[in-house]
Design a protein. Structure first.
Length: 352
């Protein structure tokens, strides 16, 4: 995504914790459109007058570092990372070649000096724009290679700066594969619990459960008898990961339906793995016995802190994930009829 021409609501970040930020913004507008006012938009909206020599100056106070947008009265926006210190920006304000812009102009940061994270964000945005242009110019429609270049650059910053306020933001907003975002989230485990981090977690969770075809990572947990179970040891055509607990009434109400499905389709390649969010072994064991659950049942007895549930950021049950034989996601939160439909569809596709 380019640094400019973005929707403001995607970038409005208001952190709940952190440091006070006092910054001074100065700069010049290479202006061909006679703009009079520069708008500064973040968790609040403010403005400053553009002088007759096209210079501007603005002093701001923020609760925390954040991404801010600049625009004039008739332009699209471009953005910069506001952090404590002096920031100097030279902005180009020019008419777009497109005839579909309704008279609006683009704003492009030609040069920027400021605090480390401010210049870093600008450099990353510039680099991503160059990568996108390169692949477009060469007519290379290889998103995998493009994402690999972008991911490498973003990852390098996050690995060096895992606790930076900027790290979760660029991971969420830049064009990275979901698996890369998830890996970087683990690196940022001690990052301050800000809105940016919460947004990133929610974004990754949504990506995981909407990214059909995403192969999930292997995991191991103990069965009710204390044996270690390995997900990748399964050779089934379809695997349903069913997250539940002995105290979850809706979960247990669904068990008779899953038992009926299992008896009909286990021989046709369906396996169910019950991942319990219990914290008491006896209660978990008794629920399995009383409900007569014939499939694999595992747990680490950490309740909602179950490591597998944490991995998929599951915060409610019942919840399930249907996988194919390569452990790629086919669907989430499915009922018995949907499982049958997906199995039949997959079987039909394989025949054809």
């Amino acid at each position: 995504m380019y640094k400019c021409l973005i929707l403001i609501f995607l970038f409005s970040v208001n952190y709940s914790l952190g440091q006070k930020v006092n910054f001074k913004l100065t700069g010049n507008l290479i202006n061909k459109t006679n703009a009079k006012t520069l708008y500064i938009v973040g968790s609040s909206i403010d403005s400053t007058k553009i002088q007759s020599d096209n210079s501007f100056s603005y002093s701001g106070k923020l609760k925390n570092p954040e991404l801010m947008m600049l625009s004039t009265e008739h332009s699209y926006v471009c953005n910069f990372w506001a952090n404590t210190g002096n920031i100097n920006i030279e902005i180009e304000d020019d008419i777009l070649p497109s005839t579909k812009t309704n008279g609006k102009v683009k704003m492009k940061i030609n040069s920027l000096q400021g605090p480390y994270e401010t210049t870093t964000y600008n450099n990353i945005a510039d680099s991503i724009e160059r990568i996108n242009k390169k692949y477009k110019l060469l007519s290379l429609n290889n998103d995998t290679l493009k994402q690999k270049e972008i991911s490498s650059m973003v990852s390098e910053f996050v690995i060096k700066n895992p606790n930076s306020y900027l790290s979760p933001l660029i991971v969420r907003l830049k064009d990275l594969p979901t698996t890369d975002k998830f890996a970087l989230l683990k690196i940022m485990i001690d990052n301050p619990d800000t809105t940016a981090m919460n947004n990133l977690r929610a974004h990754i969770k949504q990506s995981i459960f909407s990214d059909k075809g995403l192969k999930i990572e292997n995991f191991t947990q103990k069965t009710v008898n204390g044996k270690l179970f390995n997900l990748y040891s399964l050779k089934s055509q379809f695997i349903l990961l069913e997250f539940w607990s002995s105290h979850c009434i809706p979960c247990r109400a669904e068990n008779p339906n899953w038992k009926k499905l299992y008896s009909q389709y286990h021989s046709k390649g369906l396996e169910i793995v019950g991942v319990s969010l219990d914290d008491d072994h006896s209660e978990w064991k008794n629920a399995i016995k009383n409900d007569g659950l014939p499939w694999v049942n595992v747990s680490d007895l950490l309740g909602f802190n179950n490591r597998v549930a944490q991995k998929f950021m599951i915060d409610h049950i019942p919840f399930n994930i249907l996988l194919d034989s390569s452990f790629a996601i086919l669907a989430t939160n499915v009922g018995t009829s949907e499982v049958v439909e997906l199995m039949n569809k997959k079987a039909s596709t394989n025949v054809n």
